[in-house]
Structures are given as C-alpha cells and as structure tokens.
Design a protein around this ligand. Structure first.
Ligand SMILES: [Fe+2]
Length: 381
C-alpha cells in the first residue's frame, strides 16, 4: 500500500504513515527555533506525544509542552496557553491532538500577537480584520483523531467560561502552515472515539453536500469523503491497527472540514446545544440525530441524496441511503436515541431556542424553525 502525497489544498499536508518523524524539519523550514507543543491533558503522557517531543528534542528544539486544555477548550485555557507561550519565549506552535488540542493550539498562536480580547474575533462579518497579523505565530498541526478536520480549518471553537457558550473564533491565519497527517498516530484511539469522530467526518460531508449553497468543489470533496467513510470506517472500527483504513479516515476527516466551507446544517445545530448542556461526545451526538434530520430534510434533498447513493453503490435512492445510515450506526455501536446519552425531554425548549440561532442552522436545506427544532428533539430523544 502506498498512500503518501504532498497536497497544498487548502494548505500543505504531509500525508502518510510515519511522517511525524519530519516534525523537526518542518519547524526548521518555518524558522521555528523554540516550538511549544499544545495538546490536551489526556494525551500529554501518551507515547505518541512523548515521541513527538523526543523528535523536537533530538533536533535541538527543546521539548516544551502545554497541556492545560479541557475537552471543550475555554478562554481560561487560552489565557494560560498564551502566557506559557510568551513566558517561554516561543516562536511557533505545534497544535497536537483531537479537536481540543488543535483548536486551542491554533488560537494560542493567533492570540500571541493580539492586544484585544479573543471575543473581538468571533466569526461575525469582517471582525477578523481587527486582528494584528504581524505577531501571529506559525502553526504546525498534527491530528491524532480522524473527525474534526480542525487541522485544515481557519477557525477554533472556544467556550466562554462565563456564559458557557461556544464561540467560533476566525482568522485566515488560523490555517496551519503545515499539517502532518500520520495515520499511525490514530491507532490507539478507543473504538467509541473511532466511531464518534468518524461519524463527525461523515456528518460534515453529508451536511456540506446537502447544503443549498453553490460550491461544486466542496460538493465533490464531500461526496468522495462519504465514500471513504463508507468503505473504511467499519474497517478502522473493527481493527484499530488497520493502517490503510486509518489513513483513508484521516483523509475523510480533512475532506469533511474542507467541504463544510459549503455549509453545515441541522445535524450540527441540534448537536451543539446537546453537547453544551449534557457534555456528550460531538460526533456520537451527530450520529444519533442524523436519521431524524435526514427525514426532516427529505423534501429538499431527495434527488441529491439519490445521486450520492448511486455514487456510493447504494441502491434504492434516498430510502436506500437512509437505511444504510441506520445500519452503519448499528455496526458502530451508536445508540438510536439521545436518551441513551443521558439527554432528557425537560430542556427541549431551551435546546430548540439554541439550535435555531446556531451558526450552522442557516445551511440546512429546510428552514429550521423553533417548532421544527422542538419536534426534531422529541424524535431524537
Ligand atoms: Fe462536527
């Protein structure tokens, strides 16, 4: 098997098993002499993280680590990270991990050059133009899961610790200068995380493909991303050491995030409030709410999904695709209802109100009204 390539869309991606060994070379090429590796608490002591630090150390770049990162990174984590970056005299960030390590790492590199508070750079209009570009540190991203796609994205999600709301912070310079996609780093992921993150990638591709916005490049990428998930997620789930399957899932994750420039939809609009209130796993939550959202969107996407089904080798058009999603979820041990994730019916009104103002709601092919969101939550729970 040869899956090795150098890509430059949307950024430079060094793809292939074992390529983490190039980490120090990429620091040098970017002029980084004193990198700070940022990851979450859980990953910090793991062999893959320690190995990355060893690679830096052996090249004379030190082994500086910041890991005070929550699973939903906050402004408190961010302030501590920026302080560690400045106090340590660092000149670049290695954002390492799943969504939390990647998002916080990217945001530390950005905020190292800013004087305004982070909330001034929320993804609203042209707020990103307020940023001072000179002081932003270069970023190398190293994903260790296959789902979020943050390694190829220009935003980070940071939770406001005062209001407990998630905010999207955006700037073009959040895009890592280099991303190392080494599927060997994902081998240790537990089954439940392999399933959840994989279904997040699937949801990104599905929602991007279904959104009504015109972006044929993203639509094409989304379609092929769906095919990779269909073919390789069950394999990666069954045998975590299947490097070929892990590699294709890593591609699908990056492709999902490239594709969702075209938009997301109600799967994410429903999933975000559930995650914020009940702290459920993002990708798993997406997988649970996926079938009711598909049914809701059917009038607008029936033909489109029929074309996708044909490409994926699924017969029966929309119904065939819908049944395939049910079967895939079952195969991956994803529960059928949100109640299995601890979600009750008592906060439906609150969650529905949050869902309809979620930034992803605008990309849903059928308008997500308050009543529709309440009804969807009822079905999902
Ligand atoms: Fe997602």
């Amino acid at each position: 098997m040869t899956i090795t390539a150098n890509w430059s869309y949307p950024t430079t991606i060094k793809f292939g098993a074992g390529r983490i060994k190039e980490l120090a070379d990429h620091c040098t090429a970017l002029g980084i002499k004193k990198p700070l590796l940022i990851t979450d608490r859980g990953l910090a002591p793991m062999p893959i993280t320690q190995n990355a630090l060893d690679i830096l150390d052996a090249a004379g770049l030190g082994r500086a680590l910041f890991s005070e990162v929550d699973s939903n990174p906050t402004d408190v984590n961010l302030a501590a990270g920026v302080k560690a970056f400045k106090d340590g005299g660092h000149d670049g960030v290695i954002a390492f991990g799943g969504g939390s390590g990647l998002d916080l790492g990217k945001c530390v590199a950005f905020m190292a050059g800013q004087t305004r508070p982070v909330w001034d750079f929320e993804d609203i209009g042209d707020w990103w133009m307020r940023a001072s570009v000179e002081g932003i540190a270069p970023i190398i991203a190293v994903p260790t899961t296959a789902g979020t796609g943050s390694e190829v994205g220009r935003a980070s999600v940071i939770t406001n610790s005062q209001t407990h709301t998630k905010k999207v912070i955006f700037h073009p310079k959040f895009l890592p200068a280099v991303t190392i996609c080494d599927p060997e780093l994902t081998v240790g992921m537990p089954k439940v995380i392999t399933a959840g993150t994989g279904m997040d990638a699937f949801a990104h591709c599905l929602e991007a493909y279904s959104s009504p916005f015109y972006h044929p490049m993203s639509a094409g990428i989304a379609l092929e991303g769906l095919r990779l998930v269909k073919e390789y997620l069950p394999r990666a789930y069954k045998d975590g050491t299947d490097i070929e399957a892990r590699a294709h899932m890593m591609s699908a994750a990056a492709m999902g995030a490239v594709a969702f420039q075209k938009g997301l939809g109600a799967i994410h609009s429903l999933s975000h409030p559930v995650g914020a209130i009940y702290n459920t796993h993002h990708g798993t939550t997406n997988a649970v709410v996926m079938p009711p959202v598909l049914r809701f969107n059917r009038p607008a996407i029936e033909d489109k999904i029929g074309m996708a089904a044909a490409y994926l080798g699924i017969s029966g058009g929309f119904d065939g695709f819908y049944n395939y999603v049910l079967k895939l979820r079952e195969e991956l041990g994803v529960p059928d209802k949100l109640s299995a994730l601890g979600v009750g019916t008592d906060r439906i009104d609150e969650m529905a109100a949050m869902a309809i103002v979620d930034p992803t709601a605008g990309g849903n092919p059928v308008e997500l009204t308050l009543d529709a969101a309440k009804q969807l939550f009822k079905e999902c729970i």
